[in-house]
Design a protein around this ligand. Sequence first.
Ligand SMILES: Cc1ncc(COP(=O)(O)O)c(C=O)c1O
Length: 401
Amino acid sequence: MADREQQLQQALLEAELDTLAIRAGQSRSAEGEHCESIVTTSSYVFESAAHAAARFSGEEEGNVYSRYTNPTVRTFEQRIAAMEGGEAAVATASGMAAILSTCMALLKSGDHILSSRSIFGTTTALFTRYLAKFGVEVTFVSPLDIKAWRAAIQPNTRLLFTETPSNPLAEVADIAALAALAKQNNSLLAVDNCFCTPALQKPLELGADLIIHSATKYLDGQGRCMGGVVVGDKAVISEIVGFLRSCGPTMSPFNAWIFLKGLETLRLRMDAHSANALALAQWLEQQSGIEKVYYAGLPSHPQHALAAKQQRAFGGVLSFQVSGQRAEAWRFIDATAICSLTANLGDVKTTIVHPATTTHGRLTDEQRAEAGISENLIRVAVGLEDIKDLKADMARGLAAL
Ligand SMILES: Cc1ncc(COP(=O)(O)O)c(C=O)c1O
């Protein structure tokens, strides 16, 4: 058994993404279970007082307490780290917990975050409402304007933060250019890779230092549970583990198991999401009643070439503006029958939402205008239903305009 385990570990050093997604990180118990097991325990027993002391001090690696060490969670961390090409990962209770933990572990009062302005609305709120209270400054710039990033960088800029493609307008940031800028300034570049996942985009290979995920989205893939993860170098990740140990926004072993099952089919799903989204974006672009479609897979998208260079496909999320204002957008949404009216994304079920009054509703009018979130904008996170039925559902929306 030990020999086979060693052979597997050796083979995985050279393995491709689909193989890592299914095999990496698993360590079987003496029961020889084939599927990964869910280890539901809050604490662990030790062989002696000396053994307990060695584990608690970190002198010996191993389980101590499930707030920061759990075998099922560790399997998930090792698997996603392998898939992203990172040394280590730390799993958290949600995507927001991953972003918060990264900031709390790596920043101190007086530090500065330089962030894309086109990020998830709650991340903006975290930076401006909460981190600001502890003396962390933030400046927002367009993800497209590298000159603006260069001009806004400060000696105390510790973290560059971007999401690409962005939610909901699919703006594409140049990860390699941002990574070069971060390096010049001795800052860290964190990329929220939630929309692409490692199946479509590998930010560490492009020079980023940290990858953040809301595992709630495509890593799960079926909208079942909340989770987050940060991937990066061992030294940086161990700082974040320290924050989890003291502050507790931990992933549950059950959720880790769901995400492990999700990872196994991630690449297949991401390709299918991307194919459906591209077909729907192309169709929408030709309909009267649609003013503009935002999807990086369309040649009409201004960063189509960059997206094609740094992504393997274009993902499942698209947005479009209908002719009219809020009333028309709401009528369109209410007329659909198959789409779920919910803010989540990354699910096999297609979801539809009005960003200005939901996901980005807590931004000020000014912040919304700057981020380009207009009242006639609708976001669709395209699922895996038959494309014919999805087009028919959009046609219901169009008929209601
Ligand atoms: C791009 C992005 N990052 C982070 C988050 C936050 O993740 P969670 O909802 O798991 O806290 C979301 C949630 O929608 C998101 O879309």
